[in-house]
Design a protein around this ligand. Structure first.
Ligand SMILES: Cc1ncc(COP(=O)(O)O)c(C=O)c1O
Length: 353
């Protein structure tokens, strides 16, 4: 705390990201990164662009990238917004679309950036409890509200919602923006993008960080009615006209066009996930039904914090949230088959001790 700070700073509760330690040989399953690299075509695009042109500002509207995204999702370019990771998009969304006289609704167990942004942008929020099986019960959202934000699949549970439920939610709240955060949808979920043409209150947010393996590049995008997109553009252009640099724009454009790479990588991750779930269940873990590139699991007798520490001693990093209801769970990102085998071997050692 310093006397030079603006008032709001001391009230903020900043998001704590999973650690990025520089320990060689570590099995890093703590931040839901993709274990396979991004499309080689995207890396080549960066190589081709890393030259003297970097002295010039990038296209502030990222037209080529937005056209490529529009073509991939069968929407118009006016229905696409891009930003520096979906976190930045979420921030702009909280400020531009989620602050109203009535409260914002989101699940009590969800992406922990939502409460952080609510404080930053002074958005009144109500946390709607998950049911006793850690599922989002959409009927609980049938109450007066200014807006709703839900990840599908939810994080950190990995549990998905059917499209029919999301459509019913949109229809029940024509006066509220409903944001569906689809950071993990490509690992088995049902995307709400096809509903955009019929629901002007729907904003879908996706990211290149997970299924397109570009967490280090920072590119996310939002799809929705042009009026919603215009609100985001107004906030962006009052904040930073150039959130995506030249390299990010060309790489993301190449990545979104490389459907074959995307398919292969996401299918490998889904297959490894299903295998890992079976192995953990055999070790007496309860694993929530995941449609994401991570699983959320608790052991029938060993505390989550102890397992976390035991794994760390054995060079395996996973994520643990010391929060009510979920403190016995570990969130484990899906790595390669070899990485998951090391995780399972470490868990067997710990459980045998
Ligand atoms: C639900 C959810 N939304 C959004 C993000 C942000 O991803 P990025 O900023 O890398 O696009 C994450 C990252 O872990 C997430 O879990």
């Amino acid at each position: 705390m310093s006397r030079y700070w603006s008032d709001i700073v001391s009230k903020l509760r900043p998001y704590v990201a999973g650690e990025q330690p520089r320990i060689p040989g570590l099995v890093k399953l703590n931040t839901n990164e993709n274990p396979y690299g991004p499309s080689p075509k995207a890396i080549e695009a960066i190589r081709q662009t890393a030259d003297d042109r970097l002295r010039l500002y990038p296209d502030p509207a990222a037209i080529e990238l937005r056209e490529a995204i529009a073509a991939r999702f069968d929407v118009t370019v006016e229905e696409v917004f891009v930003g520096n990771g979906s976190d930045e998009l979420l921030a702009h969304t909280f400020q531009a679309l989620l602050k109203h006289d009535r409260p914002l609704l989101y699940p009590d167990v969800t992406y922990s950036f939502y409460p952080t942004y609510s404080l930053l942008y002074d958005v009144e929020a109500i946390e709607v409890p998950l049911d006793d099986q850690f599922r989002i019960r959409l009927s609980d959202y049938d109450r007066p509200c200014g807006a709703i934000i839900i990840p599908n699949p939810n994080a950190p549970t990995g549990i998905g919602l059917p499209l029919s439920g999301i459509e019913a939610l949109l229809a029940a709240h024509p006066d509220a923006v409903v944001v569906i955060d689809e950071a993990y949808v490509d690992f088995g979920g049902e995307s709400a993008v096809p509903l955009i043409s019929r629901y002007p209150n729907l904003l879908v947010i996706q990211t290149f960080s997970k299924s397109r393996s570009f967490a280090g590049l920072r590119v996310g995008f939002a799809l929705g009615h042009r009026d919603l997109i215009e609100a985001l553009v107004r906030v962006k252009d009052s904040f930073n006209s150039y959130p995506l640099d030249r390299l990010a724009q060309v790489a993301a454009t190449a990545a979104i066009k490389d459907e074959a790479w995307f398919e292969t990588s996401r299918r490998k991750i889904i297959a490894t996930r299903e295998n890992l779930i079976r192995e953990l269940e055999a070790l007496d873990f309860e694993v929530l039904p995941s449609l994401a590139n991570f699983i959320f699991a608790r052991h029938e007798s060993r505390p989550g914090a102890a397992l976390l520490a035991g794994l760390r001693e054995r060079g395996v990093l996973v994520r643990h949230f010391a929060k009510p209801r979920i403190s016995e769970f570990l969130r484990i990102s899906i790595g390669t088959d070899e990485e998951c085998a090391r995780l399972v071997a470490a868990l067997k050692e710990i459980l045998a001790a």
